[in-house]
Design a protein around this ligand. Structure first.
Ligand code: AMP
Length: 144
């Protein structure tokens, strides 16, 4: 399965982004409202400046208390962002996420972000694929 197949159903949703100068309090509010675990930081919605995950917010609050909520996203975000391409294999993407211990990957095309996939998206797509394979094999064995 390719990344392009996974994002096909998400493409119309667009990608939620935040400006670098936003506070962590505003970022937490956005994550909560949108029911997502990470947001890409971008000034134009397509170039990736960084990524901010709920873990980054929790880490800062854990270190310095709730005053950290007034910090700017750009001071806390991860700047070295790993991405993937639409033609990448989903198994490889899952491997990267597992090895590098993060759950989100921007999907890049011609230097622009076209989607963000989460580990949940990849696992759900793989499970659906496995279910289809199981049905096909059952059909072959049972002769229907
Ligand atoms: P996550 O598991 O995605 O919630 O993120 C765990 C940590 O990895 C956080 O510090 C994120 O900022 C960072 N992170 C998340 N996604 C990426 C990515 N695609 N590339 C680099 N770092 C990331």
């Amino acid at each position: 399965m390719l990344v392009s197949q996974i994002i096909r159903n998400k493409a119309h949703q667009g990608v939620v982004t935040l400006l670098p100068g936003t506070t962590l309090a505003e970022a937490a509010q956005l994550l909560s409202e949108k029911r997502i675990g990470a947001v890409v930081v971008s000034t134009d919605g397509s170039k990736v400046a960084g990524i901010l995950s709920e873990r980054d917010i929790v880490r800062e609050i854990g270190k310095r208390g709730t005053s950290a909520l007034q910090d700017k996203v750009e001071d806390v975000m991860t700047r070295n962002v790993f991405g993937c391409n639409p033609e990448d294999n989903a198994d490889l993407v899952l491997q990267t996420m597992t090895q590098k211990r993060f759950r989100h990957l921007p999907v890049m095309e011609d230097g622009k972000m076209i989607a963000l996939i989460s580990i949940g998206d990849v696992v759900a797509a793989r499970l659906a694929e496995l279910e289809l394979e199981k049905d096909a094999l059952t059909g072959m064995i049972m002769g229907y």
